[in-house]
Design a protein around this ligand. Structure first.
Ligand SMILES: [Zn+2]
Length: 156
């Protein structure tokens, strides 16, 4: 687990340098491995409060060797975009909601991540269920009395 945390810290620093160099880290930013979760690949929240710090937690199942590195990169970029858009951080908020209007996707497209984003979405749709099964988790969700296969809304 410590290796994963070290990896995430180095990787996040690299992604920030390469993609958000015009922005600053304006509070205590921590990234670490969170809990296994079927649907949520990562999230960001305040530590105490947004002025004090921000915590990004990443789903440990993304470290499975069957998960391509670009998927993990994409998840980290998604959460970092929330950070710099002021969600779970003290950066200036230009939008009211973190996902409305696809503001994360738009920002990442601007930064040249469109292709990775599409590749990553495609991979998750086709393969995430297998990762869940490998972890003894049920890949279906109940919706309107009917079980459907879990394939979207990975990001919160
Ligand atoms: Zn999100």
């Amino acid at each position: 687990m410590n290796n994963y945390n070290n990896y995430l810290t180095k990787k996040a620093a690299e992604l920030i340098r390469e993609n958000f160099s015009e922005k600053g880290i304006t509070n205590l930013l921590v990234i670490k491995v969170g809990k296994k979760c079927k649907r949520k690949l990562g999230h960001i929240k305040a530590i105490k409060n947004c002025e004090y710090g921000s915590l990004i937690e990443i789903n440990p199942m993304l470290f499975d060797l069957d998960v391509p590195e670009f998927v993990l990169d994409y998840v980290i970029m998604h959460e970092l975009t929330h950070y710099f858009q002021g969600f779970g951080s003290n950066h200036e908020k230009k939008f009211k909601y973190p996902h409305k209007g696809k503001i994360v996707e738009k920002e990442l497209t601007k930064k040249g991540w469109k292709e990775i984003q599409e590749k990553s979405d495609k991979w998750l749709k086709e393969n995430w269920a297998k990762i869940l099964i490998k972890n003894n988790l049920d890949p279906t969700i109940k919706r309107k009395r009917r079980k459907i296969f879990l394939y979207k809304n990975f990001f919160r």
